[in-house]
Structure formats: C-alpha cells, structure tokens
Design a binder for this molecule. Sequence first.
Ligand code: C2O
Length: 498
Amino acid sequence: CKIRHYHFSVVLKNATKLCTSKAILTVNGKFPGPTLYAREGDNVLVRVTNHVQYNVTIHWHGVRQLRTGWSDGPAYITQCPIQPGQNFVYNFTLTGQRGTLLWHAHISWLRTTMHGAIVILPKKGVPYPFPKPDKEKGMVEADTEAVVNQAMQTGLPPNISDAHTINGHPGPVPNCSSDDAYTLHVETGKTYLLRVVNAAVNDELFFKIAYHNLTVVEVDAAYTKPYNTDTLFLGPGQTTTALLKADKGVGKYLIAISPFMDTIVAVDNVTGVGYLRYNRTLALTPTTLVSIPSVNATPVTSVFSDSLRSLNSKEYPANVPLTVDHSLFFTIGVGINPCTTCINGSRAVASINNISFLMPTTALLQAHYYGRNGVYRLAYNSTVQLVIQGNNIVAPESHPTHLHGFNFFVVGRGVGNFDPEKDPSEFNLVDPVERNTVSVPTAGWTAIRFRADNPGVWFFHCHLEVHTTWGLKMAFLVENGEGPDESIEPPPSDLPKC
Ligand code: C2O
C-alpha cells in the first residue's frame, strides 16, 4: 500500500451557471470538486485548508473509517469545524472496500457545491470480478440550487432546484441560450465503466442513457451480482458503478437525470441532460429518450432496489450477521410543529421515533472520548438489526437514510407497516446488497443488519439535506472492545476545537 496525499483548499470561486454568475464555495476552485483516487489498503491524507469565512468540514461518505472516527467529518458529531484560516489533516486507510464513493462538505448546506467522487481501485494485481472495461469514466450528478439556507431558519421547504447537472453541466436550460451539456465520448465496440454518484442535496434521481443498457457491478463500494437495467436509481449519497457497452454506430444519445418524488407533486421536477457521443467530428442531432421515468415512478425504484444483490463470491463473501444482539425499530418522518417566531405559525420538523435531534455545540465524539455521552450505545462487535419505518404524519416520502462508519446489509424492505410476525421470515440473509445509504420507501419500511465493529460515534440521518436540517438524525455510540485493535485511536493533535 501507499500513502496518498491530497490538498483540499476551500476557496470562493466565481461560477457561471444557467446564464448567471455568482461566487460559490469550492474545493480547489472546482465544481464538482477533485476526484480522489486510491487503491484498497492505501492510507489517504487530505490536508484541508479553509480560506473562506465559513466553518467547514469534509466527510468521506461511505469510507468505513475503521478506528479513525476522528476523520469522518460530520460537524459537531466527530469534530468541531475547521474555522476560517485553519487546517486539518484527514487521515484514514481504505480497508475492505473497492469501487466508487463520494466526499462532501458536512456542515450546514455546504455540500451543495462542495462535493466530488472517490475512486477506490482494487489492490495492485487484483482484477475486477467482472470483465475488464476498456475505459473508466466518472459522472457526478448534482443539483444547482438557489440558495437554500432559508429551510434552516424557517422550517419551510428549500427553493426548487434550477437544474440538475452532470459533472457541473445542466444541458440546455430554458431562458438561457447556451447549451452547456456534459458529453461522454465513446468509441463503438468498447466497454466503459461508468461511476455514477448522486451528489444532489435533496433529490433521489433516475439515470438513463437512450438506447443503452447498463450492467450494475458495484454500489456504495461493494461488488454486486451483475444486474442489467436501462435505468439506474440513486438516492443522494449513493453511488453506482456500471458497465456500458458502446454497441451503437455513429450517434448522439441523450443522457438524462430526472428526480423521483412519489407523493409531493413535482417539487423538483427538472431533468438534467448530457450526451453520449460516438463521433467527435460530425454534427449530430441527439436522439430523444425512449422514455424518462415519471417523477412518481415508484415501481421503477422498487424493481431497481429489489434487484441488487451482493456478489457473495468466494473472494467477496457477504458476511451477513445471522444472529441479532440489538433489534431496533425506528420510525422516521416529517411533521409540522407549531412555533411562534416563524412564518405561518408552524414549521416542518423531521424526526426519528418522534425525537427531532438538536445539534450539539461540541463534537459528540470528543465528548464521548473524554467521558460524557448522549446517544444510542452499542457494545463492541454486537450485531444490530434495525427496521426503519417511514411514517405517515404529514408528508409520507421516500427517505434515503445513511449510516456513517459502516456498510450494512439490506435484508428486507416493503410497503405499508412492518409486520414483526411475518416479514422477518422473508429476510434475505444470504446475498443482500451491502450499502451505506438506503431508501426507506414512502410509507414503507427497510430492514438492515450490521456488526458494530467500529468504535466511535456514528451519525445516522436522512441524506435529504432538508430533512437532516429538520432533525431526522441521531448518532450511535459504539464502545471500545477489550482487544488491542478494538479501540478508537487517540484524537489527532490538530483536531479543531469548538
Ligand atoms: Cu453523506 Cu452524513 O453524510
């Protein structure tokens, strides 16, 4: 293994998008930010220097951070923010993961513009468990939004996205003459590995390329059984790696990313467009898509989610916990609370078990390390089954739920209310898909299992930023074990202070 050094400089940068320009917060002046490349087993050191007037932190979404919870990044959970003018070095080793993940700012809504991909290649000399692609390409999907801070103060929904972008490009936009579209150039007969990241703040998204099928081979940096589909479905924070066979002749094919929202009508229904192009020289008119999934295409999301399976091969076995030490049942949802200081006399709140989590002012992991507490405790190496039930209070909605510090197995999912008598007998304990973020279907449930083998404090929240803000979040505290490698490492000396 190697040590990989990166420098992330947080700077303001003038960006012109959708025919207007404004200063946005970026890493190294890029939108999306730089891609972090490493191999499994590498030690990654990222020095973050804060050159702006806002507090920042960076989260390595899906990186397990085995015993290095100090480098996880969620503000006030594992660290105090990096203040203006300050530095912090994130230091972690990529253990037992290969594929695509993402990094993003993890404070306020700064991840809107500060995000990028993480590519973890297999160890040197270790092949992919699927046919070797000719080329690899990254696609980061995001939404370019009008500034959304209002949601925090008022409990109102955020502004509607102006566009969804692919690698920073929205495609043709109404009321804006330029056609700023991302183009993926391919050659006939070659196979491409597409790494797709949903970096949007508030939207689950469909991804589709006209007249081309995709073979999913990995999600959230865990290999899957090959799955052929014409549509990918990704919640924010989720990643999908798929093989694309360029099996057409000359042509320009539409790539579309469109939002999924199955109960609230067309909140954010704007499609981002790019092109898959076979020939650089000819001027070509793009094909239209056969169809873009409708904004409420729940069946498409279910088929996609239900079709994913762990590879579960000899080299990459799925170690699903077969016994359960902690059996937990959480209800999550969005409701309305009365309030006196806000617009209309009420504000939206989001909760787990009817508790809307309030952010602490000191980092929980520091508090824990120095002997205080306040979160759900798990003994080291205990096994956990968690059934997450989406409730129905005000706005039933699909919730892409993310657990820091672990991959979990998605052993079951269903619509309606979870039935503890019947549903567990149908759990898949053989080859369930392994993820770090999972969609809890609208007014339905999802069951996950994981082993609490990573001591520290781990954030658990809905990855729709607006729901995190409204309180759909909590943290697990995993205790240290007795063995020599079963404790969190001591805090680094440059860890920021609150
Ligand atoms: Cu990708 Cu806590 O987030």
